[in-house]
Design a protein around this ligand. Structure first.
Ligand code: GLN
Ligand code: ZN
Length: 762
């Protein structure tokens, strides 16, 4: 039952393929161009290669079952017999799985939401009164067989029962899913027995929920559940993995059970070192020490990490060196960055460590620990040298940027009172009551994609590309005039991804060629890397907006992305507080608003859809975050005069925790996703004292469904119950870029008609 301890590992690995092979195979399978057996072979090849890499790097325990055709939580729902009943009729196992993930013509998919504070999204299991848990371990056992046949020291990774239930949602009137934890314990015991029989020496049960706010109340549950699992007669050694923060009271609770190992994240929260030292029950355990950052891209400070390991060594029976969390959240390897480095970012690549390089760092640290530092002296020296060069780099410390920021912070970033601004803007803009507008992007047409590809391949030059984008803008302006929309947008054809667009134009950011990270399912993103002080070399959006404005008498909104969102969707610096990086981005955005204003733009929208995303997992950390986040937004939007109208846009639901912050942003107009929550957000905003103008989304843009005019009218009437007409705007929930043109035109026609009808009754 007790397996030998291991010394070096990682908690998980990327799985989409070094060249996104899995994405292509799965999407081909969906389209019918890749056969089932080709898909399975691609997947098996990726697993095999990954295990071989991990073993070759010298890891003496290799995480397996980290592979997934879509999502590890969906895998766990399948494992526990908890797929929704609406897919039960689908005979084929994989097609049933994909139906739950993406829906079909007949069934709606599971909801998707963010995996803690990362940019990965998981599918939310639905637990209803009819959910009858049962064990289906075929996938995990097959994966284990493969790994053992390959001769790797396999440690299957499974989402733990507490996290699984805590992330599920109750449906059909069921109570809190966690109330069913006792039903899962025997299933996990059964699973452990099956894994032991199949030859697993270790199993890793992931319980990241223990670091969240909800986790603070789950220590007793952790003690009970893991006590029961550890007492199983037949099982592998158990490692419980906590990550993304401090396990808090759960650490002692877990240490008090019979589990053999506990993984802790020593990167996210420095207090975890003391927590470990203050947990005597760890004395008999293997402590899996996450000293290599699993979710950012910087090379590790090996000296500091080794010192941390030294501090911890007395607190546990043994130490294993590891990453702080799964490497799912970083790209495969820096070695795949082969294009010439952009001149401004020369040398920055040497500062980076992606998954492959981090695995190497784990091995080096572990050797230093087990064989002594002299064995890896060369690696330590090289690493220290690179870190020193990075720390001394002038691009990380731009005096001009820092001086300007200091001066602005000292001067304050308030505008005149909102009510005063509203009067000035009303006089200048002369808009009707219930003005209509959209959130920014219009459908990404085939012509846009072709133009982008042509530019990239060198088939057209920059001038021709600009001409084609202008043609798209002209179409979108004409369409909006035909529809009778009051405040127009240019449609954002030039932005594939808005954060990427701004990062490419700001000094201090590095774009990658192959730095793909799974966002959800087969969707991957290439987050920009913020490595230095941020500077705007020249205007980034002015020519597009002024081109659009010249085509119409109606006001066109300038369209920018806010500092919090730009950081949320990038890899960020680890050498200064996030708040400082945010203010630097804010300064660049502020300069852009001033240039837009000077070019005659009367309305500027600064999107912050990710405001809620960066919210810390623990409530105690939230006020400080919201304080700098809203301050940074105000810094970015307070450079304009009173009669320039600032809009912001928020989406991705669940605003409960940030309602007060929305008021603190002090935008003149806030458009906010509301259709799915049926305008409830307005009451919440009222309660929080929000008194500025607001555009609650009147229809959901996540589906191709065209809302009928009377539906939109009734939404507006509902909104008018909560907000006076003088403060109400009419707009969709979010940008339209994922939608088709036809449904968009039909939807907006109904939106405008509804606004006019309701206006006539005021
Ligand atoms: N202006 C952006 C758009 O319309 C906003 C995107 C977002 O909210 N995610 O696409
Ligand atoms: Zn949005």
């Amino acid at each position: 039952m007790t397996a030998p301890n291991f010394t070096r590992t990682v908690l998980g690995v990327p799985r989409i393929g070094p060249r996104r092979e899995l994405k292509r195979a799965i999407e081909g399978y969906w389209k019918g161009s890749v056969s089932r057996s080709d898909l399975d072979q691609t997947a098996a090849g990726l697993r095999r290669d990954e295990w071989a890499r991990l073993a070759a790097a010298g890891l003496d325990s290799v995480p397996t079952n980290t592979f997934s055709y879509y999502d590890q939580i969906l895998d766990t729902a399948e494992l526990l017999g908890a797929l929704p009943s609406r897919v039960a009729g689908i005979e084929d196992r994989l097609d049933r799985y994909f139906a739950a993930a993406r829906g079909t013509a007949e069934v709606t998919p599971l909801e998707m939401t963010k995996w803690f504070d990362t940019n990965y999204h998981y599918l939310v299991p639905e637990i209803g009164p009819e959910t009858a848990f049962s064990l289906h371990p075929e996938k995990i056992l097959a994966d284990l067989d493969e790994a053992l046949a390959q001769g790797v020291p396999a440690r299957p990774v499974v989402v733990g029962p507490i996290t699984f239930l805590a992330l599920s949602k109750a449906v059909d009137g069921a109570g809190d899913p966690l109330s069913r934890i006792d039903e899962l314990v025997p299933l996990y015991r059964d699973l452990l027995a099956r894994l032991a029989t199949a030859g697993a020496q270790w199993v890793q049960l992931d319980e990241p929920v223990l670091v969240s706010e909800a986790g603070l109340g789950l220590a007793d549950t952790a003690a009970k559940v893991y006590g029961a699992l550890a007492s199983a007669a037949e099982r592998p050694s158990i490692a419980v993995a906590t990550y993304f923060g401090s396990p808090g009271p759960s650490l002692a609770a877990l240490a008090g059970t019979g589990v053999e190992a506990i993984a802790v994240d020593l990167v996210t929260d420095p207090d975890v070192v003391d927590l470990v030292a203050g947990t005597p029950a760890l004395a008999g355990k293997l402590l899996i020490a996450g000293v290599v950052d699993g979710r950012n891209v910087w090379r590790t400070d090996l000296e500091a990490a080794l010192a941390t390991l030294g501090t911890l060594s007395g607190s546990a029976a043994a130490l294993a060196v590891s990453t702080s969390c799964s490497l799912l959240h970083v790209p495969y390897t820096v070695a795949a960055e082969t294009a010439p480095e952009p001149a401004g970012a020369a040398g920055v690549r040497a500062w980076l460590a992606f998954a492959e390089e981090k695995i190497g760092e784990v091995a080096v640290l572990s050797r230093a620990l087990t064989e002594g530092r002299p064995v890896v002296a060369a690696e330590f020296a090289e690493s220290a040298c690179v870190r020193a060069a990075r720390a001394a780099d002038a691009r990380l410390n731009d005096g001009a940027v820092r001086d300007r920021l200091a001066a602005l912070r000292a001067a304050g970033t308030g505008r005149a009172a909102a009510a005063e601004r509203a009067v000035a803007q009303r006089d200048r803009l002369g808009l009707p009551l219930l003005p209509t507008t959209t959130i920014g992007s219009y459908p990404q047409t085939g012509a846009i994609r072709v133009a982008r590809a042509d530019l990239r391949a060198g088939r057209v030059d920059e001038a021709e590309y600009v001409r084609r984008m202008q043609a798209e803008i002209a179409d979108v302006i004409r369409l909006q005039e035909d529809l009778g929309i009051d405040v127009l947008v240019h449609g954002e054809p030039e932005r594939n991804d808005m954060v990427q667009y701004f990062a490419e134009r700001l000094e201090g950011f590095l774009a990658t060629d192959n730095g793909w990270v799974q966002s959800y399912g087969t969707r991957c993103v290439r987050p920009p890397i913020l490595y230095g002080d941020v500077r705007r070399a020249e205007p980034m959006t002015v020519s597009w907006i002024t081109y659009a404005q010249a085509l119409t008498e109606r006001p066109v909104k300038g369209m920018l992305t806010g500092p919090v969102t730009i950081l949320a969707w990038s890899f960020v610096r680890d050498d200064q507080p996030l708040a400082d990086s945010a203010d630097q981005v804010a300064l660049a955005i502020r300069d852009e608003t001033v240039d837009l204003e000077q070019a005659g733009v009367k309305i500027i929208q600064v999107d912050e859809p990710a405001l809620r995303e960066l919210l810390p997992l623990r409530a105690a950390d939230r006020p400080a975050y919201l304080d700098w986040a809203t301050g940074s937004f105000r810094l970015s939007t307070s450079g304009v005069v009173d009669d320039t109208q600032i809009h912001t846009h928020l989406c991705y639901s669940e605003f409960g925790d940030v309602i007060g912050a929305i008021a603190d942003l002090d935008a003149d107009v806030t458009s906010i996703e509301a259709a799915r929550s049926r305008m409830e957000i307005l009451d919440d905003l009222n309660e929080a004292g929000f008194a500025n103008q607001v555009g609650p989304g009147v229809y959901d843009i996540h589906s191709p469904r065209v809302p009928a005019q009377d539906e939109v009218e009734s939404s507006l009437r509902a909104a008018l119950e909560a907000v006076p007409a003088e403060r109400l705007w009419v707009n969709p929930d979010c940008g339209l870029k994922t939608r088709g043109t036809e449904e968009t035109v039909a939807s907006l026609r109904n939106l405008v008609a509804a606004a006019k009808a309701v206006r006539a009754t005021l």
